[in-house]
Design a protein around this ligand. Structure first.
Ligand SMILES: Nc1ncnc2c1ncn2[C@@H]1O[C@H](COP(=O)(O)OS(=O)(=O)O)[C@@H](OP(=O)(O)O)[C@H]1O
Length: 453
């Protein structure tokens, strides 16, 4: 009588023979034997109908072998269950009985299609990304653009975040943190933009691409351009207590002007913020007057009181006063109709401009919401970076759909040492940002716990 060992050896021999059979009767793969015109291939010179007949025969043989294999496996399994009990008695060992289902489940041996499907699934998994595909074909290669973009704000830890994300194994390297494509170099085109990032020639094992330009958030051209180019990109926005952010920008500006051999700033922080507050007020007020006057003019034209071809002049004393100063950010503001509507002065990227305006977060985000939904903007509270850097990074990783990385020790980046501001200035600024902060907390349904009182 056959014992378990014999059955297993026999089964092994049979399986080996069957595997050999499979190897020589592999399933027909479209494209391997025929071309699109249906003509014959190779040295055998077989025609297509003969090939199809052969394929049918092989499939039938294959099915027959598969059936035999299943019944053989079934009897081996049963013998193993029964024989197992005997072995337990022979060896006087306690061994748990195997709970085998009498109906065999499909395995690789019994179903080569299953093996193929699993291999395919594995391959698809490798190329699957929970990220928008931001690659386009160009000159026979893939041109890949960012999947995520840190859009601001200036002086809120963007260098820190970018530095550590660049250490993540699933993030591609860039040749610089701030590319300024959407605010300043848009005309250079996407090839120029893509050249700043490590590129790939296949979707397999592709990394995520990202950059961090803090001036994107406050430039009125950026959101529409970004929407037109990368409307599915994941956006990241860091926000710092607006009062502290403004002071940090001032000190950074002093340093920047020196480093770039520019004339030093003539004014104190207090002087600049007072002046900017006046400009913002004027700018917004000036635009309101302009709109009112323009509406009146249109009515007068309709009533036939004014010749529509005559010029429409609005002499606003505030407007004139600030225009004469030729401030870049005032000119930007004049050009940006949408900014006026939001009551916000969008400022140029120059570090000395917009110490207040860049801290009016609600107004800036409100503008972006015309292009991107809030769910597409991951917001980080700057103050959490120093207290919980691991948490901040792991939340970013979750948002980007990448693994949690061990970054080692965290160190602050881009630090500009400076003194604290005076109490009077602080209370002016706290007051100045109160309304905007309130609206921000409501919009994001989140209390940033900045010094509001
Ligand atoms: N880990 C950590 N903890 C606390 N603070 C940190 C950290 N890393 C960077 N920083 C501070 O972030 C400020 C620089 O921000 P940015 O890199 O966004 O500046 S920039 O806009 O790119 O110039 C700058 O703030 P100031 O020093 O007040 O100017 C940095 O000191």
């Amino acid at each position: 009588m056959l014992n378990k060992k014999h059955i297993i050896i026999l089964a092994f021999i049979i399986v080996t023979i069957i595997c050999y059979q499979f190897a020589i009767t592999r399933p027909y793969t479209p494209g391997s034997l025929t071309n699109t015109s249906g003509t014959s291939f190779g040295n055998n010179n077989l025609d297509i109908s003969e090939l199809l007949r052969l394929q049918k025969d092989l499939k039938a043989q294959q099915n027959e072998i598969r059936k035999q294999l299943e019944s053989l496996k079934f009897s081996v399994d049963n013998a193993e269950i029964n024989g197992g009990a005997m072995c337990e008695l022979d060896n006087n060992e306690e061994r748990p009985r195997k709970q085998k289902s009498p109906i065999p489940k499909p395995t690789f041996e019994s179903d080569p299609d299953l093996l193929y499907q699993m291999q395919l699934d594995e391959r698809l998994k490798k190329t699957y990304k929970d990220q928008p595909n931001t690659c386009i074909p160009s000159d026979g290669k893939l041109l890949c653009l960012p999947n995520f973009i840190v859009i601001g704000t200036m002086k809120s830890g963007t260098t820190f975040l970018d530095f550590y994300l660049q250490k993540h194994p699933q993030i591609a390297h860039h040749n610089k943190k701030e590319i300024w494509y959407f605010n300043s170099y848009y005309a250079n085109g996407i090839k120029w933009y893509a050249d700043h990032f490590e590129q790939y020639n296949s979707l397999e094992n592709q990394k995520l691409i990202g950059e961090a330009t803090p001036f994107y958030i406050n430039n009125p051209n950026t959101a529409p351009r970004m929407y037109a180019t990368l409307k599915n990109a994941k956006l990241i926005l860091l926000l710092r207590d607006p009062v502290e952010r403004a002071l940090s920008q001032y000190h950074f500006s002093l340093q920047w002007l020196k480093r770039n051999k520019q004339p030093a700033l003539q004014y104190s922080f207090e002087h600049l913020i007072a002046e900017e507050a006046d400009v913002i007020e004027t700018c917004v007020r000036g635009h309101e007057r302009y709109r009112e006057a323009f509406a009146e003019r249109k009515l007068a034209e309709e009533r036939g009181e004014v010749d529509p071809d005559s010029t429409f002049d609005l002499i606003d004393p505030y407007y004139q006063y600030h225009s004469e100063k030729n401030w870049t950010f005032y000119k930007d503001c004049v050009k940006c109709d949408k900014c006026f509507q939001n009551g916000i002065l969008h400022t140029s990227g120059h570090p000395t401009f917009g110490m207040l305006a860049k801290s009016l977060y609600y107004e800036q985000i409100d503008f972006w919401l015309d292009y991107f939904p809030l769910s597409q903007i991951h917001i980080i509270r700057y103050e959490d970076i120093s207290h919980y850097p691991e948490k901040v990074l792991s939340e970013v990783e979750d948002y980007l759909g990448i693994t949690h990385n061990d970054y080692g020790e965290f160190k602050p980046k881009n630090v500009v040492p400076h003194d604290k501001m005076g109490e009077e200035t602080r209370s002016f600024l706290v007051d100045y940002f109160r309304e905007s902060n309130k609206k921000l907390y409501k919009l994001l349904n989140r209390d940033f716990n900045w010094q509001s009182e």
